[in-house]
Ligand binder design. Structure first.
Ligand code: F6R
Length: 602
């Protein structure tokens, strides 16, 4: 994910671009850059890190009067987060910004290098600007050169290009990555989403894949493969908060729906044909390591617990999990052959951070799995893997959990791969399942509608038990936590096989059991556990691919051969169920009482 903004008009361009990028910073903050052309004067600034660094660099620069400008905030895919790799990328007389991945960039780059062109960056994006200049040298017509350039690109892109050979024009193209055009009279804006242009533009056109064109003299000319197209404008929302929710009622709801796409961001560049690659990990990290200890809190702890099954089963590596606040005071025995992993969405959780410092003092190597680059936990760790979930605004964590779990699953395979203790066939099964995860996270209207209807039965009662076995036990804990947080109803997660050792005493029709019954893992065992509860009159909501005759309510999930795919699908069901119950109870879904997004106190 990267964010792009563009503007053609008379206003102060720098401010429009920087303010727009601020709204998109959640899409990436490895570096940012801006390029403007006014008459024959071209200016370009780049800075690594957050946007504030670019603001500082451009503080004495002003750019009012007619001109064009493009800006970019980067989340690195090809090449490290350096200034040279920051966008806009330049040729001899043109600049380009791009969001997406040009899949055939290696072939294009070799072709251009053979022509004698020198590349300054390691990015795929730089090929676009050199291709444009190559075609311009042949055609002497900037738009034809841009059209020919776009024809050569394979992959996903939303791109803006400006050039001294057309100083009053922005060329644009979209395929697979988001881009829209905003209009306010003669002023024309481009952006990756509508928040940067709310309050500036009055109308918007959401571009479709395959569309491209140029903006000039207060007009936009739009094309697709069949020729010139009419521009479909619509009024632009005026409420930023509403727009940020992309039409969803709550941030939490938006984030639940986003999981299917952000999980692809988590995987991008890390899953190769037959192996897992983490460029951010040093090969020496696992040298001499024979065990893993993971510390985390809350939802992140549930991701950790899930992974403990994966590390032992897939990686054959001993794995202990600790709640960070407990770990800190138990005087733990730590061994330097143990890799210490912390998991945190925010990277600022005080208990987790302190646990990490303790482990470091004891000489352990450390790895953090985190959603926020440069956070305290990331900085404190020897190395870090970013989950790339994007900003999570709902206090009840959803997409952070999904992406943490995905990173941990990939890490379990990465470890075995390094030690070659897995068959090619077993590896291929895991990788194939990982690739299918975005689909398992997709939500149909039918499913959401069903959960909405079901939720009305579950607004009272004396408690909920979420039950599951194996990896579905941490998922049960997480489902119960989600419900507790936003419905304020009492809910517990329990290992299904453990109910008979005490909690079953609570069973009656007012005890709601949410049973996670995957077909690919211990189905018969959990079925017996649920039957025991049903025999004692507990109200059962079964979530399973297999219809269950004793269930009072039943949500059917897809049949899948891999438990992790069932895991992710059931995770979504529990999240939406919690959301719908909370909405019916009239609670504040995004900011539940007594909670905070980042817990920086002990
Ligand atoms: C629950 C939730 C919390 C956090 C916990 C740790 O929805 O968000 O339980 O998981 O406070 O926070 P991080 O992951 O930021 O360390």
């Amino acid at each position: 994910m990267c964010g792009i903004v563009g503007y053609v008009g008379n206003k102060e361009k720098k401010e429009i671009i920087l303010d727009g990028l601020q709204e998109l910073e959640y899409r990436g903050y490895d570096s940012a850059g801006i390029a403007t052309i006014k008459g024959d004067k071209l200016n370009n600034f780049k800075a690594i890190g957050k946007l504030k660094n670019l603001r500082e660099k451009t503080k004495d620069f002003s750019s009012d009067g007619f001109g064009v400008s493009i800006g970019h905030t980067r989340w690195a895919t090809h090449g490290k987060p350096t200034e040279l790799n920051a966008h806009p990328h330049r040729g001899k007389y043109s600049y380009v910004v791009h969001n997406g991945i040009i899949e055939n960039y290696q072939a294009l780059k070799s072709e251009l290098q053979n022509d004698g062109i020198e590349f300054l960056s390691q990015t795929d994006t730089e090929t676009i600007v050199h291709l444009f200049e190559k075609h311009y040298a042949q055609k002497s017509d900037p738009f034809s050169a841009f059209e020919l350039t776009i024809e050569r690109l394979e992959g996903a892109y939303a791109t803006l290009l400006i050039s001294e050979v057309a100083p009053d024009t922005i060329f644009f193209a979209k395929n697979g990555s988001p881009m829209l055009i905003g209009f306010d009279g003669e002023e024309i804006y481009f952006a990756s989403s509508d928040t940067p242009i709310i309050g500036k533009a009055t109308e918007v056109c959401y571009l479709q894949d395959g569309e491209y064109g140029y903006a000039k003299d207060g007009e936009v000319i739009l094309f697709d493969a069949s020729g010139v197209k009419n521009i479909q404008k619509q009024p632009l929302a005026t409420d930023k908060a509403m727009a940020q929710k992309d039409g969803y009622r709550f941030f939490m709801e938006k984030e639940i729906y986003e999981q299917s796409s952000v999980i692809s961001d988590t995987m991008i560049g890390r899953i190769m044909d037959d192996s897992i690659v983490f460029d951010e990990l040093d090969d020496s990290l696992f040298e001499g390591i024979n065990a893993i200890k993971i510390c985390a809190c809350g939802t992140s702890y549930h991701a950790a617990l899930t992974s403990s099954y994966l590390f032992e089963r897939i990686s054959k590596m001993r794995c202990d999990i600790e709640i960070a606040s407990e770990f800190r005071y138990k005087e733990p025995l730590l061994d330097e052959k143990t890799l210490f992993i912390t998991i945190s969405q925010s990277g600022e959780t005080a208990d987790t951070l302190e646990a990490l410092k303790m482990a470091k003092r004891a000489g352990l190597k450390s790895l953090s799995i985190c959603n926020v680059d440069n956070s305290s936990i990331v900085r404190e760790s020897d190395c870090a893997i970013l989950t790339r979930a994007g900003i999570e605004k709902g206090v009840a964590s959803t997409k952070a959990f999904a992406t943490q779990t995905m990173v941990l699953w990939m890490l379990s395979l990465y470890i075995v791969d390094k030690h070659s203790i897995i068959t090619d066939e077993a590896k291929a099964i895991e990788i194939e399942a990982m690739r299918r995860t975005p689909k398992a996270l997709a939500i149909t209207e039918k499913l959401h509608g069903k959960l909405h209807r079901l939720s009305k039965r579950y607004l009272h009662g004396h408690g909920f038990f979420f039950i599951g076995r194996d990896i579905f036990y941490p998922l049960a804990l997480e489902g119960a936590l989600k419900l507790k947080e936003i419905s304020y109803l009492h809910a517990e997660g329990y290992p299904a096989g453990e109910m008979k050792h005490g909690p079953i005493a609570l069973a009656d029709s007012e005890l709601f059991t949410i049973a996670l019954m995957p077909k690919s893992m211990h189905y018969d065992k959990i079925k017996s556990n649920v039957e025991e509860l049903s025999a004692r009159d507990a109200t059962i909501l079964a979530i399973s691919p297999e219809p269950f005759e004793l269930a009072d309510d039943f949500v059917q999930t897809l049949q899948s051969s891999h438990p992790m795919l069932e895991f992710f699908e059931m995770m979504v069901v529990t999240q939406i169920l919690a959301l719908e119950i909370s909405v019916r109870l009239g609670n504040d879904v995004d900011m539940p009482r007594n909670l905070a997004k980042s817990v920086t106190v002990e």
